[in-house]
Design a protein around this ligand. Structure first.
Ligand code: ZN
Length: 262
């Protein structure tokens, strides 16, 4: 059994250059070979591949883990979901065609025992460390993942506006947008808000704004732009004038700019 606190992310940092080198040489690699290169048992290789696979899918990269195959079947194991297994050839062609050399190793920021979870907890324990962590992690996709993990802990797994708690529907929203904010703000929990996908979209498009004292403001409170369904009302005008639910810990509370200064 893999240890609870095992850092697969750190092993990903070791596996990434092995896989991208193989891809550049247009070769596949066996689970056992990869395990040896990374220093883990071949049965544990799938945990590492799972993290890399998810990263590639979220970053819109070709399915890099498709080139890791079993000796007997000459194809990826059952954990491989990044590409249609019946059309593996075209996935592998994409992997071989990608310019991996141009892309930095996204997992380099993880130390020996660090995981998405431990770095998220660091952000929670000391929001002031956000810039240092951001500068180490660098990769946007990885930074966003750690940031989301931290907000999920801070907001107790619920949308700050409607309390929806489906893990897969919860997203990390930036108050000052990612591309506009300082390095310090990019992973600062106080510059974030855990929102469901719907409220994230309504917040980003400014249908919904939040004042400096945390009051939710819907831009059409008199429902002139209707018709509104019951769900629309509950998600929008029904929240107008109420406050976002803040983390219990005061040092994690969101900081909204006052509207008259922007
Ligand atoms: Zn919501």
């Amino acid at each position: 059994m893999p240890k609870q606190n095992q850092s697969w992310e750190n092993k990903c940092a070791l596996a990434w250059p092995v896989l991208t080198t193989m891809a550049r040489e247009r070769k596949t690699i066996f689970y056992k070979q990869l395990g040896e290169a990374v220093g883990i048992h071949h049965r544990s290789v799938r945990y590492v591949l799972d993290v890399i696979q998810r990263y590639c899918m979220e970053a819109g990269l070709p399915p890099l883990t498709a080139i890791v195959v079993s000796k007997s079947q000459r194809r990826p194991g059952s954990g491989f979901v990044a590409w249609d297994i019946d059309d593996l050839e075209s996935g592998i062609t994409l992997v071989y065609g990608e310019d991996w050399a141009a892309k930095a190793n996204p997992f380099l920021g993880f130390g020996e025992n660090e995981t998405f979870e431990t770095l998220a907890r660091e952000l929670i324990n000391d929001p002031g460390a956000s810039e240092a962590i951001y500068r180490r992690v660098k990769d946007r996709g990885i930074a966003q993942k750690i940031f989301r993990e931290a907000l999920i802990i801070a907001y107790d797994h619920q949308c700050a506006m409607c309390d929806l708690s489906f893990y897969d529907a919860l997203e990390a929203a930036h108050i000052v947008p990612f591309w506009e904010c300082s390095a310090e703000q990019k992973m600062d929990v106080c510059n974030g808000l855990l929102l469901c996908a719907n409220h994230h979209r309504l917040f980003d498009t400014e249908w919904i704004t939040v004042s400096a004292d945390h009051v939710i403001q819907f831009s059409d409170p008199n429902m002139r732009d209707g018709p509104y369904s019951k769900s629309d009302i509950a998600a929008s005008v029904g929240l107008h004038g109420t406050k976002v639910r803040c983390p219990a810990d005061p040092k994690l509370r969101p900081k909204f700019p006052s509207r008259d200064t922007d």
